[in-house]
Design a protein around this ligand. Sequence first.
Ligand code: GLU
Length: 314
Amino acid sequence: MQTVGRFAPSPSGRMHLGNVLCALLAWLSARHQNGAFLLRIEDLDAMRCPRSYADLIMDDLRWLGLDWDGEVPYQSERSEIYEKYENILREKGLLYPCFCSRAALHAASAPHLSDGRVLYAGTCRGLSPEEITEKRKKRAPATRVRVPDEEISFTDGVFGEYRENLAEECGDFIVRRSDGVFAYQLAVTVDDGLSGVTEVVRGSDLISSTPRQIWLYRLFGFEPPHFIHIPLLCDVDGRRLSKRDEDLDLGLLRERFSPEQVIGALAFAAGLTESAAPVSVHDDPDRPFQPRTFLFAAKAAPGYATAKRIIQLL
Ligand code: GLU
């Protein structure tokens, strides 16, 4: 079976080094298996994701030498497809409207888990048709999917065995927001499933989303891909990079460095190469890049590199 990898950025800002590392590893892993590599623009929240950022991401990827196959889908244009899959869940009797406000969901009385996440208490799970009609007059509901009281597990390429009981650690989750926008969990599963993605390389901040996505994969009848969650690049003070860290965004880096310098530093920091010497992603296909080496290194030392260290390498 051919490997199909992908990079699925949300264009809410310019790419930073962490996004580049993710794109680089996803690309290397797929291309080294002679696989296809897809790009998808995750602009569900169209207000926060202007087209100009999507254009810049594509321009930055080309500048780095990371190419992709086929057309680039924009999630903001795929609502009809997501609706079809929402209906599959509805026909299974798994959806219900939720009228809880954000404040109510995060209230002190709501069950909070040790990692800070809030467990949905099931407040709207058993509303009667009359109650729903009444509540609809006052407020547009979000849509939640019921989750099973069973452990969902997968073997992550970096973190190994990962398991979660959705009923105990997450609760029924939102597949469509009250403003009609589809939730990331539903859109990402439909898109990866429909495009035959076999390998997902992405930041470890999304590892806890994966059991929810596996639940949706099952309901939609798709085969889940192999998941590889890479530890996030941190800032000097241990904070994860964000798109607000403008000094690390590609706009500035492009003014100061060549693509080969950026790739060389990232590849070295990720344990892929012996030195941080400038290198192109197309150089010497047999040697420099061994994504698996990185994956083992990252597993052994989470928090493996700070962005500052990488900048110093440049
Ligand atoms: N769109 C998400 C982001 O940019 C990534 C989603 C994914 O890779 O599954 O953070």
